[in-house]
Design a protein around this ligand. Structure first.
Ligand code: GAP
Length: 513
């Protein structure tokens, strides 16, 4: 499939058909950018969480976890800067009454020019075949050069306008580029204005003096406000980290691309508190640790790249994204940020409480610096799911759809399948189910032909299918079919626990980090 050809369609439909992800409240036609995880999805999601938590908390001597509330005191968000600066630039079309993110309109415009360049390059490749030097072609072809220059100029002006909060110029750019409403084609735009992305609600009833509270837009602040609680009760010494997995909420205006950008999503974040001056060393350490965590899953090293931020947020002195090659191209999967002492200092100022660490080696108090790793769980789900879903042509001319998940992440580790539904085979299969069920997520299935059952397990990513046949009753052996090679081997029933444990647990993946 070509990258631009509705790349997510197949993934969305497979996720729905096999119980991974459903549109939320679908019987009421769904709620945009909100999704529910089904019976398979919840298992995959839990396994991703377990992989993260084991690597980031259990395996670390100096990192502990917490689970903070979603609601926090409203001043938290004043201190963090979210009340004043967590905004998207919005524009309305006066004719269609539709609302857009001004930056997305401009990005879409740029993507069209990028597509023109790609088309030109493809034409060159067609014409010159093996002799084609793409880099030279991009440097010299007049159409490509003209379009690349145009992209650069638009980007430069747009960035400048945003940095200087010059929303008039953002509107002027949209008008000069003659960007039309994608729905109505109208170019009749309102002014651009900033829109805060936090969801708010009222705490308590209005009668007894309600106050506005926010659904947290990031989990990190729950860690910052608990910095001293954790430090004092754990007696951890700097450097140390606090990790958390939890829901976050953002009123994304353009929420699209399936579970890539949602209004309710989950983050897995870790704040690492360090001595001022050592933060850039730790920033490099966590960049390298996090990319190794990703690569240990063996989804393909070529699917990852770092994107270092050139323009830094006011509180950061270094920041990078780990980008993943999603079906719609390379996009941010995780952020690693050196956040200085901005957050703790801001909370000191707004709360009037000291948030400092006494360093026994230095014999003084200071506000620690923070290096943060922050990954979206749903984005990680999409990265894993989309890169593992394959259409395979088989040697016998047939085809199959297989989800070749790393076994440790698979929702079901093994399926127990009696070859036929009689002759005592179901009973034997259930006996095996009974011995394995305490340690692994397994599935018993006796419906349909064995071939159909294998295909069903392939489609949900089960790495091992265990078939109980007549020989099993005689010699206490079964066949175990491996999902990717489709090879079968005959093994003793007594060895099943050890085989699944060795091949499908996290241990071997974690050892690679
Ligand atoms: N505490 C830092 C922070 O929240 P961020 O770059 O805004 O940084 C971190 O978000 C990660 O959270 C992103 O890399 C992405 O994986 C995930 N994320 C952010 N917004 C999201 C959304 N609307 N839907 C799904 N995931 C999102």
């Amino acid at each position: 499939m070509q990258k631009n050809e509705d790349p997510l369609k197949k993934i969305i439909s497979h996720a729905k058909e096999y119980g991974f992800v459903f549109p939320s409240s679908e019987i009421y036609d769904g709620l945009s950018a909100t999704y529910d995880y089904g019976q398979m999805g919840v298992e995959l999601k839990n396994n991703i969480k377990q992989y993260w938590w084991t690597a980031m908390v259990k395996m670390q001597e100096n990192i502990v976890g917490i689970d903070a509330a979603i609601f926090m005191h409203p001043t938290t968000w004043k201190a963090s800067g979210h009340v004043d600066a967590f905004n998207d630039p919005l524009i309305d079309n006066k004719d269609s009454k539709k609302r857009y993110r001004a930056d997305v309109l401009i990005e879409d415009y740029l993507a069209k020019i990028e597509a023109k360049i790609d088309k030109e390059v493809a034409k060159g490749l067609n014409r010159f075949g093996d002799q084609f030097d793409e880099a030279e072609f991009r440097r010299t072809n007049p159409n490509v050069v003209r379009n690349a220059t145009k992209i650069e100029e638009i980007n430069k002006r747009f960035k400048k306008a945003l940095e200087e909060e010059d929303l008039k110029d953002v509107k002027a750019l949209i008008e000069e580029l003659e960007i039309a409403d994608p729905v109505s084609g109208s170019k009749n735009w309102t002014d651009v204005r900033q829109f805060n992305l936090m969801f708010s609600t009222e705490l308590g009833s209005t009668a007894d003096g309600a106050s506005t509270v926010y659904l947290r837009p990031e989990t990190a602040q729950g860690i910052f406000v608990n910095f001293l609680n954790v430090q004092k009760t754990s007696r951890l010494k700097i450097p140390f980290g606090v990790a958390q997995i939890g829901k976050a909420f953002r009123n994304e205006i353009i929420a699209r691309q399936f579970i890539f950008r949602m209004r309710e999503f989950e983050q897995m974040e870790m704040q690492f508190f360090v001595k001022p001056g050592t933060e850039l060393k730790w920033y490099e350490y966590w960049k390298s640790f996090r990319i190794n965590w990703h690569k240990a899953l063996e989804l393909g090293d070529e699917n990852y790249r770092f994107h270092d931020h050139l323009k830094l947020a006011h509180y950061a002195n270094a920041a990078a994204d780990i980008e993943f090659d999603f079906p719609m191209g390379f996009k941010e999967l995780e952020g690693i940020h050196s956040r200085t002492d901005f957050d703790l200092k801001a909370h000191e100022e707004f709360s009037g409480k000291k948030l400092q660490y006494f360093d026994p080696e230095e014999n003084k108090n200071y506000v620690p610096y923070v290096v943060e790793t922050s990954i979206g769980l749903d984005r990680m789900f999409l990265a894993v799911f989309s890169s593992c879903l394959k259409d395979e042509e088989l040697e016998d001319g047939s085809s199959r759809v297989v989800l070749n998940l790393p076994p440790a992440l698979s929702p079901i580790k093994a399926a127990i399948l009696p070859l036929i539904k009689k002759d005592g085979l179901p009973e034997k299969a259930r006996e095996i189910f009974g011995t394995l069920k305490y340690d692994f997520s397994i599935q018993y299935d006796e419906k349909d032909s064995i071939g159909k059952r294998y295909r069903r397990q392939d489609a949900i990513g089960t790495p091992y299918s265990i078939t109980v046949d007549h020989q099993s009753l005689e010699d206490h052996t079964v066949t175990i079919r491996e999902r990717d090679s489709m090879k079968q081997e005959r093994v003793a029933i007594d060895s099943l626990y050890a085989i699944i444990e060795e091949r499908a647990s996290f241990r071997n993946v974690l050892k690679k980090i």
